[in-house]
Ligand binder design. Structure first.
Ligand code: ADP
Ligand code: MG
Length: 695
């Protein structure tokens, strides 16, 4: 029998059970081998009741003192309550789904063994719905006297039967699984071979550390983590190598270009800006395309860096495309680029969906004819109808709105591969950046322009609202502007969320001295633009908005931001939002509104915002609190979901895997050597599985 055999051939699995397992995706023996426990219970020995700790999930054994509830004909509590004592203490077992046959299993004075999570109620330990172990069970090495696996529920298959089936599967078939990695790789990764790992993950050895199995960090589980991370790193290595083979137009810089740019700078670049400019200029001179991610906190000054790169391209007589995620930002970039290049014969074109069709056609024509040196726009630039004459540099602002596919689309617009500069203000923790953008080199602007004032941030409660409103009134009278940010567009009946429309009305009543604008995701692009413009211009002093203001908008006069229901936002998102204020010369403030009933947890989390203005620190904290899944960009990254690996916890493994992959790729990029057959099959299988998952 091989691993590919139907599960029905396993002892104890009849057609009916096979059907239930199939419904859970377990069709073959191999499927069962990879159907892993969701937890473990340490049943190596019975614990004295007195020694129990809350949350501990262990067996206890004692004499039944009393059995209460659900006597025949009695319409009282439907709860079965059984009290047992073992000489060290008493514990109460409760079943909330009473059944006479259940009660019959307990007789006062008899000894029973129960297994479940201990909790406390009125100073007494309790177990709810514990597993009842019979004498037979206790004699059975599958269910007792070991660290016992707890499998995810499979409808129609009792837990004990499932465990027995898995025992059969593991003991008879784990050995048929082929190890795909050669010994030197396993050794460097510090993980045991696959077979040993599979066996232990289902049924850990007697001397195993149960706690490590529970958080999936035992050496055997790390074998699976390694497999996942390895395949991720390998995919990145392949992608990278492909790019290194691409050719691009080299755009070397010389003294003259640099001097000319320097003369036009409206301010001294920060040390960090100078460093990343150097990195970019070096890349641009290569005959291979640049693939660089420029990370820099909100307000760190990425735009000028992008402009410098575009100037180098312009001096070489080739085109640059600058892409922004929204119309507002595209227009803002267009204005800024134009201001920076004033007096130079650089021809700039804005291509935006907001333009009338005639102007759009005109813009496309200029881009095609090469009459536009720098084309600035949104996704519109990626449309098929847009052709460039000699595109050599692509700049993508705010990467997290653009995925890998868009990057590829831009690349296809040029005859030879264009240099690519991707900018993001989402400070992606290093560990995550390696994984998400492993195919990009990373530059970081880790310094703010001089004289920037940190945004004073405070968590405030509803009862302090009046006082916050007075602050706003004061700022308005000094010519400041105010953002009010809300998490949702419309109030739903079920929640008590302040709906943006209602908030705007309320603000109009409260602040008759100024205009109040409303901005939300369901508005048309032109409507948004017009509101934004009036806010920028000062006709509106207050802008009530959903999170559409998050990205890049620059209104230096804005000095106050109030974020309603701040606890509903992730920290990184709050940081992004906060970056909309504090852009001018006057001190700014950000108020994070929470409801009184919000727990300490929310407040502790938000306190990070009060203490820190460092986007990277905040991002790290966010990553620890919420995991990588919530990170902007993770989902669009085109990287298969990681089931076992945790990019924060497994940062060390990530580094090791990268080194192993680098070595292996250097030796055998095609994995053609016979000793790498296994790896090739493993990667193919993963690829097939992930493309199935995408369907
Ligand atoms: P972001 O990195 O968020 O895109 P911007 O490029 O919009 O930041 O820059 C934010 C503000 O800081 C802009 O008004 C810009 O003109 C200004 N700025 C950028 N670099 C410097 C610098 N070195 N010195 C002074 N001001 C700067
Ligand atoms: Mg920007």
């Amino acid at each position: 029998m091989t691993a590919q055999h139907p599960i029905q051939f396993v002892k104890g699995v009849g057609p009916r059970i096979a059907g239930k397992l199939a419904a859970r995706g377990i069709l073959t023996v191999q499927d069962a081998l990879y159907f892993f426990p969701r937890g473990y219970e340490d049943r190596r020995s019975v614990i004295p009741i007195r020694a129990l700790a809350p949350g501990q999930n262990v067996p206890v054994r004692g004499k039944v003192l009393s059995v209460q509830g659900g006597e025949p004909g009695y319409r009282g509590p439907k709860v079965l309550t059984v009290t047992i004592a073992d000489g060290t203490g008493r514990i109460v077992a409760k079943w909330f789904r009473f059944h006479p046959s259940l009660a019959e299993r307990f007789r006062v004075g008899k000894t029973v063994t129960l297994c479940g999570a201990a909790r406390w109620f009125r100073f007494l330990p309790e177990m709810h719905h514990p597993e009842i172990l019979s004498e037979e069970d206790e004699a059975d090495p599958i269910h007792f006297g070991r660290i016992v696996p707890v499998y995810p529920e499979v409808a129609g298959v009792p837990a004990k039967l499932l465990r027995r089936i898995q025992w059969e599967v593991v003991h008879r078939h784990a050995d048929t699984e082929q190890e795909c990695f050669p010994g030197w790789i396993l050794e460097r990764a510090g993980v045991p071979p696959l077979r040993e790992s599979l066996a232990a993950i289902h049924f850990p050895q007697d001397d195993a550390d149960a706690a490590r199995f529970r958080d999936f960090s035992s050496p055997q589980q790390m074998r699976l983590v390694f497999g996942e991370i390895f395949s991720l790193q390998w995919a990145i290595a392949v992608r990278r190598a492909g790019m290194e083979r691409e050719r691009s137009t080299p755009l070397p810089w010389d003294r003259e270009i640099v001097e000319e740019i320097k003369r036009r700078l409206p301010f001294r670049l920060t040390e960090a800006q100078r460093r990343v400019v150097n990195e970019i200029l070096k890349d641009l001179g290569n005959p291979h395309p640049m693939h660089r991610l420029l990370q820099g906190d909100v307000g760190s000054g990425k735009t000028i860096v992008a402009w410098i790169a575009s100037m180098v391209a312009w001096r070489h007589g080739v085109q640059t495309a600058v892409m922004a995620p929204t119309e507002i930002l595209a227009e803002q970039h267009h204005q800024r680029f134009a201001a920076l290049s004033e007096g130079l014969p650089v021809r700039m074109t804005l291509l935006s969906a907001a333009l009338p069709p005639k102007d759009r056609e005109e813009a496309r024509k200029r881009i095609r004819a090469g009459d536009a040196d720098i084309a600035i726009g949104t996704h519109a630039l990626l449309q098929e109808s847009v052709e460039f004459r000699n595109l050599a540099l692509g700049i993508i602002d705010e990467q997290h709105r653009f995925g890998v596919l868009q990057r590829a689309a831009l690349r296809n617009k040029a005859r030879s591969s264009p240099h690519l500069l991707v900018m993001t203000a989402t400070p992606i923790p290093r560990t995550l950046a390696i994984t998400l953008y492993g195919d990009l080199d990373v530059s970081v602007i880790d310094q703010m322009p001089h004289g920037r004032l940190p945004v004073r941030t405070r968590v405030v409660e509803e009862r302090e609202r009046q006082w916050v409103f007075e602050e706003i009134r004061g700022e308005l009278s000094r010519g400041g502007r105010c953002y009010i940010v809300l998490p949702l567009v419309e109030e739903s009946e079920r929640t008590d969320l302040r709906d943006a429309t209602r908030t705007a009305e309320r603000m109009r009543e409260t602040f008759p001295e100024t205009g109040v604008g409303l901005l939300h995701g369901r508005m048309k692009a032109e409507e948004k633009e017009s509101v934004m413009r009036r806010f920028k211009g000062g006709a509106l002093g207050i802008l009530v908005s959903t999170t559409v203001v998050e990205v890049g908008v620059d209104v230096p006069e804005a000095t106050i931001m109030v974020i309603e229901h701040a606890d509903r936002f992730g920290l990184s998102q709050l940081h992004q939002l906060r970056g909309r204020v504090g852009r001018g010369t006057r001190p700014s403030a950000c108020y994070l509104m929470v409801r009184e009933e919000q727990g300490e947890d929310a407040r502790t989390r938000l306190a990070i915002m009060e203490e820190s203005t460092d986007g990277f620190r905040i991002a790290e904290a966010d990553l620890k609190l919420r995991g990588p899944g919530d990170f902007a960009g993770v989902r669009q990254s085109g990287i298969p979901d990681l089931v076992f690996a945790d990019l924060v916890r497994d940062a060390g493994m990530l580094r090791v895997a990268r080194e192993i992959v680098a070595d292996l790729y250097r030796r055998d990029p095609g994995l053609g050597a016979p000793e790498h057959d296994g790896i090739r099959r493993f990667l193919a299988r993963r690829e097939a599985a992930s493309s199935r998952a995408m369907e």
